[in-house]
Design a protein around this ligand. Structure first.
Ligand code: GDP
Length: 469
């Protein structure tokens, strides 16, 4: 390679093959242009069509973002039942719920919807998500302003669940609020069918509360399907591309990430991320999960066995080293694994180190610092070379998607038994949508997703869910 090509390559790497706009003040968000120093270059290039769509979206957001003339005009409609001009912009307001993994994958889905439906994405990060992410769009903001008129009512709005049939065609409302409670995904007709979509276009404010990765749903709508396929010729990379475009740790979170990385991970030849999410401690006791992890990682040769015969190294010296980054609410697994690899040499002579950034013991509600730690750990996991995650956990999904990694997935134990097999290599990096949609507009009857979109399959870790391959 000629040296003169290097600066161009570096600029390409820094902007993630054109995914990122160069128009930001670098200091305001160090992670945006430095992620390429920590994460291996993606094997999946964004499509030129996606790049042009993102640049177009950035212009739209700048024109319609908070406090612009268009925004102020559209807001008037919300304040009164004023039905005049809308200022030419439509919005989707995202409200999150649940943990950070859920919020991250749902936010990315809302952004995909914004791209497809030409809406401007504004997010309500409240207090517990404050200062976690950088602004993703240049010269504007994606944060829903504090003085947004119906913000105080969001809590009470949560009691409602507006459906398509609630929208009056003759006088469309100024906003529609859709709360998709955990476990009941029946928004398909509202989102996807051409007739309801045309109606929804007349509603400037679409307020959506969701905690799921609903991106696969768009393949049920003929017109969205065409557009989303054009944006993402490699379907399993939807979250990978959108997440790396949208989600940059704030400088505060970036400090935590880089400090931990330099101290614990930078020198390792191989970084193995191990995410241990225990949903039920009774059916998954520590020893069972520990046995399962070792059974998976030793059998799949992700880790070497320890030499039980010798206390000192008998194999030829081997300078290679692996570091296991454990993320878990608990410290037991870290203690077990580090004791194991500290007490005996390994049969291969490799040196195995173990580290864990935090152990929060339980999932805290409405806690900004707790969410910050979770986001930092999701990001650290995404910098791994190899990833082992826990079935059904959106925390793991977010990490695998950002990292572009197909994880080894630990099957959820039942009845205090190590499952067989203990883990499986997932077939795609895209998150699982836990609630498969099943509506097809033309046919007007429920239909099977898999006949309309053959690249959608059931998730290995959740039979009721679907994911893209
Ligand atoms: P899921 O419940 O596994 O799908 O993942 P979520 O991220 O949506 O919710 C779990 C929440 O519990 C996280 O957001 C954290 O607040 C907390 N949590 C679970 N596992 C970990 C972990 O390994 N590290 C940290 N810091 N927090 C965790």
């Amino acid at each position: 390679k000629s040296d003169s090509l290097q600066p161009t390559k570096m600029a390409n790497d820094k902007l993630l093959d054109g995914l990122l706009s160069p128009g930001f003040d670098e200091k305001s968000c160090l992670s945006r242009y430095r992620s390429f120093l920590y994460r291996k270059a993606s094997q999946h290039k964004p499509s030129p069509y996606l790049l042009s769509k993102l640049r177009e979206y950035e212009d739209l957001h700048k024109r319609c973002g908070p406090y612009t003339r268009s925004y102020n005009e559209t807001l008037k409609r919300l304040k009164s039942s004023h039905t005049g001009s809308t200022g030419g912009c439509n919005y989707i307001v995202w409200l999150g719920s649940n943990g950070m993994g859920n919020r991250i994958i749902s936010m990315a889905s809302a952004f995909l919807y914004a791209l497809l439906a030409n809406r401007v994405l504004l997010v309500d990060h409240g207090r517990d998500m404050a200062h976690l992410f950088c602004e993703p769009f240049p010269n504007t903001s994606w944060i829903l302003p504090m003085d947004f008129p119906i913000k105080k009512q969001f809590h009470t709005l949560k009691q409602r669940h507006d459906r398509f049939r609630d929208i009056s065609e003759s006088s469309p409302p100024s906003f529609v609020y859709v709360n998709i409670p955990h476990g009941t995904y029946d928004f398909d007709e509202l989102f996807l069918c051409d007739q309801s979509r045309a109606l929804l276009e007349k509603v400037p404010w679409f307020i959506l509360s969701s905690d799921q990765y609903f991106a696969p749903s768009f393949f049920l709508s003929p017109s969205f399907k065409q557009e989303v396929s054009k944006l993402f010729p490699e379907k399993e990379t939807i979250f990978h591309q959108l997440g790396r475009y949208l989600l940059h740790p704030s400088n505060q979170v970036w400090r935590v990430i880089t400090k931990f990385y330099q101290t614990n991970l930078a020198k390792a030849e191989q970084r193995i991320g191990l995410q241990i999410r225990v949903f039920n401690r009774k059916t998954s006791p520590v020893q069972v999960v520990m046995d399962q992890i070792l059974s998976c990682m030793l059998k799949k040769k992700l880790l070497p066995e320890v030499d039980t015969q010798n206390d000192v190294r008998s194999s030829p010296p081997n300078n290679s080293s692996k570091t296991i980054l454990i993320t878990s609410l608990y410290s037991d697994y870290y203690e077990n694994m580090s004791a194991m690899y500290q007490s005996k040499p390994t049969v291969t002579g490799e040196v195995i180190r173990v580290c864990q950034p935090s152990h929060e013991e339980y999932q805290h509600e409405a806690d900004n610092l707790h969410n910050m730690k979770a986001w930092a750990e999701i990001y650290l996991l995404s910098l791994s070379d190899v990833l082992v995650t826990s079935a059904g956990s959106t925390f793991g999904y977010a990490a695998q998607g950002l990292g572009g990694l197909k994880p080894w997935m630990l099957i959820r134990p039942k009845n205090k038994m190590v499952p067989y097999p203990p883990c499986r290599l997932d077939k795609s990096m895209d998150p699982c949508f836990h609630y498969a949609p099943s509506y097809e507009c033309k046919a007007k009857h429920k239909t099977d997703f898999f006949t309309v979109a053959p690249y959608v399959r059931h998730c290995a870790d959740r039979q009721a869910g679907v994911k893209l391959f």
